[in-house]
Design a protein around this ligand. Structure first.
Ligand SMILES: Cc1cc2nc3c(=O)[nH]c(=O)nc-3n(C[C@H](O)[C@H](O)[C@H](O)COP(=O)(O)OP(=O)(O)OC[C@H]3O[C@@H](n4cnc5c(N)ncnc54)[C@H](O)[C@@H]3O)c2cc1C
Ligand code: SF4
Length: 528
């Protein structure tokens, strides 16, 4: 059954969908959003349970949809020489329910890597195009931090002051200072004082299990609630099977299963896909038709290709003194971008961020240790004496790293899942190795008495699979996030990234979404 035609249909209510849906509603568009998950309320968050860590490890709050297996999740298999672990959350708010809210921005150089370093491709936009939207997004998300970082362009006073970097942060600062390396207090999308009705952070270290008080920004609260108050419609438990097209090759709307499992069609003048770097190519590749036999918006063959994840490693240092690693927001109190820009003498292009990282709680840490006679002794030595430094590498696109449809696995509506194939490039391997050595160096300089083996593989950032560019033969969307092949179809999430940069992606995803919303509104005569 077809439903009333919306001005704008947003598919996916995560980081991108929230920012875009709010902005277009505020401008005056009639927005309908289809989201396969539900609203998440504080009473259902693992963080409110005394056994919160077991929910992460055993099941319903695991980062990996293949482990979680909630009805709203879909399966993703992994392949390649370095098969990626896939992490995401499917709900109103998307993966910002789970995230750590570390909120760095791209550098201006990240948009020009071909011109500057001869690698990958330049974005068709520049930092300055996004700057006002970064600021707008910071204001909505209630970012805490400190302006003035010499490694980045100037930005306005942060909406709330920085959160204390604590004993762990101060210890790492000692290391960076001793080595003469850049460091700065991190921007976090976490309020440090009362801000727009949100309370300050309680520093109780359970952010990835859901923030029950809303100090951590998630786009369900920050964007969707005001959007709904202003008239936006969010249909939850509504999983889109395919985007439909009319005889002229324009997007007509979407076929979706509602919460009763009944197939419906939502019509719209403009369709915007915001399903993340895996869900978006999955949906486009599942949307085949006579006009688009290889999937929607895929005349270039680039839908699903150039998958980027941010290769990363965590290096732990054990200190004589107690660190307060499991207090304060999980994530990043401070970072160094000393090795961010290209230095040819290092043997690789581009660079990485070193993040000071807090640690998980006692159960997760105990499970990471060997069992047996020495377990308690090792646990006493390491917990809570450990501080971590993570290496987050710029991920440059490789055409064979990709998302495809995996017909062998299906979601709860019988729709085929996805397969993620990923192999590190030589550039990435050299960068990771350099970064791990520097992480060890700074921990030693900070006074660590033992350096632990690096752990982890990637940062769960899903990017690049419907990339932005000027040439329709090599990219999927243009500088306004509009599909080259379909005039009223927009793709606005991490999949539209041309390159991955050496920082977490979500402030850039939000800024792109706000900018795309303004572009859609500006050209509303064409479609609304
Ligand atoms: C544990 C963890 C920690 C993280 N920490 C950070 C951090 O500190 N800083 C940072 O910048 N980033 C972080 N990230 C990444 C960040 O959460 C993502 O970059 C961001 O949420 C991606 O936004 P998005 O809009 O592209 O997708 P998402 O937020 O994933 O939203 C996509 C939405 O689309 C919906 N959807 C998908 N397919 C369909 C369909 N067919 N029909 C209907 N709905 C559909 C999904 O249910 C989901 O709600 C973290 C991620 C994880 C897993
Ligand atoms: S530490 Fe702060 S942001 Fe994290 S869950 Fe607790 S109150 Fe929320």
């Amino acid at each position: 059954m077809a439903q009333d035609r919306a001005d704008v249909l947003v598919i996916g209510a995560g980081a991108a969908g929230g920012a875009l849906g709010w902005r277009l509603t505020a401008l005056g568009a009639r927005v309908v959003c289809l989201e396969q998950g539900d609203w998440v309320t504080p009473d259902t968050m693992a963080s409110t349970s005394p056994t919160y860590e077991t929910h992460l490890i055993r099941g319903d709050w695991n980062f990996d949809p293949n482990v979680r297996q909630r009805p709203e999740d879909y399966p993703v298999s992994s392949a390649g020489e370095d098969p990626p672990g896939i992490t995401m959350f499917n709900a109103v708010g998307g993966t910002t329910i789970h995230w750590q809210a570390h909120f760095p921005r791209f550098h201006p150089s990240d948009f020009r890597v071909r011109s500057l370093d001869g690698v990958a491709a330049d974005w068709p936009i520049e930092y300055e195009d996004l700057a006002p939207y970064y600021d707008m997004n910071d204001g909505m998300m209630g970012v805490s931090g400190l302006a003035g970082d010499p490694a980045n362009p100037t930005r306005p006073r942060r909406p709330t002051p920085p959160i204390s970097i604590g004993r762990l942060g101060s210890t790492l600062v000692g290391g960076f200072e001793r080595l003469g390396w850049h460091w700065w207090v991190a921007d976090q999308a976490i309020t440090s004082e009362v801000y727009k009705g949100r309370p300050p952070c309680l520093l109780h270290g359970k952010c990835m299990f859901g923030c029950p008080i809303g100090a951590k920004a998630s786009t369900d609260r920050v964007y969707w609630r005001p959007a709904v108050d202003a008239g936006a419609i969010v249909r939850t438990r509504s999983r889109v099977r395919e985007i439909t097209v009319d005889a002229d090759g324009r997007a007509r709307g979407a076929l979706y299963y509602n919460r009763e499992g009944v197939l419906q069609e939502q019509l719209a003048r403009v369709v915007v896909v915001c399903c993340n770097g895996v869900g978006t190519p999955r949906l486009l590749l599942n949307s085949t038709s006579n006009l688009f036999p290889d999937g929607l918006a895929n005349s270039s063959g680039m839908v699903g290709r150039n998958f980027m994840v941010h290769p990363a490693r965590w290096v732990g240092g054990v200190f004589e003194d107690e660190m307060d690693g499991h207090f304060g927001p999980m994530g990043v109190p401070l970072y160094s971008q000393h090795f961010y820009e290209t230095d040819p003498s290092r043997g690789f292009a581009r660079g990485y961020t070193l993040n000071g990282e807090r640690t998980f709680g006692p159960l997760s840490q105990a499970l990471g240790l060997p069992w047996g006679r020495d377990h308690h002794q090792v646990m006493r030595r390491r917990f809570p004496h450990t501080a971590q430094v993570s290496v987050l590498c710029d991920d440059l696109p490789e055409v064979d790293n990709r998302i495809e449809i995996d017909d062998q696995i299906t979601d709860s509506n019988g729709i085929p899942g996805a397969r993620a194939t990923y192999t590190y490039s030589d550039n990435t391997r050299a960068m990771l190795s350099h970064g791990i050595d520097r992480a060890r160096e700074v921990l030693e300089a900070a006074g660590a008495v033992e350096i632990l083996e690096p752990t982890g593989d990637n940062m769960a950032h899903l990017m690049g699979t419907a990339r932005m560019g000027v040439d329709p033969r090599t990219s999927v969307v243009d500088a306004q996030n509009r599909a080259h092949d379909v005039p009223n179809l927009f793709i606005v999430d991490g999949s539209s990234f041309t390159t991955g940069a050496g920082v977490n992606p979500t402030s850039t995803i939000g800024a792109l979404a706000l900018r795309a919303a303004d572009g859609i509104w500006e050209h509303r005569e064409d479609w609304i």
